[in-house]
Design a protein. Structure first.
Length: 167
């Protein structure tokens, strides 16, 4: 489980270009506006749950945890691997975590080790598939591109299961 910003500002990566074009130009919006998302992926099935939010704070994180709990399969426990963002430890979360202690466990990564979070690979793939080498005139277009990518992973799938596998 993690959070990510998808920026409107364009990025140019590897791409095919006609031989006569020396330096391809990629239009980009001169802004740092972004779409903020929480996301979690099931390591056993590859199922992806996400939520777009205006900011990252304890309230929006609690809202995402409630959404994640609604997607829990009956009889199964959720063990969420996440970083040590300050709002992940907020006092506001204590009643929710106490109420669902049999269904939800938060497992915190060591400090400064985002590479250990499997969801980071999902963010990288999403950027590659939906964001690189594209021009977005508005944030609505960014959101549409990101959600179109995410919709492929609503159901259990092999792509994310293999991408996030631990072994």
């Amino acid at each position: 489980m993690d959070e990510c910003h998808f920026q409107q500002h364009g990025s140019r990566c590897r791409m095919w270009v006609a031989p006569e074009v020396r330096d391809p130009v990629l239009m980009h919006a001169p802004t740092r506006k972004s779409v903020a998302c929480f996301g979690a992926v099931s390591l056993s099935t590859g199922r992806f749950v996400w939520q777009v939010c205006p900011v990252f704070n304890a309230e929006t994180f609690m809202s995402f945890l409630q959404r994640l709990l609604r997607h829990r399969r009956s009889g199964k426990r959720i063990v969420a691997v996440l970083d040590n963002a300050k709002y992940h430890h907020a006092i506001l979360l204590k009643p929710l975590l106490q109420k669902y202690r049999r269904h939800l466990t938060l497992l915190f990564l060591p400090p400064y080790s985002p590479q250990l979070a499997p969801i980071e690979r999902v963010w990288k793939l999403t950027r590659r598939l939906a964001m690189h080498n594209r021009y977005f005139a508005t944030l609505v277009e960014v959101l549409a591109a990101v959600e179109a990518c995410f919709r492929h992973w609503i159901r259990p799938n092999e792509v994310l299961r293999r991408l996030c596998c631990i072994i």
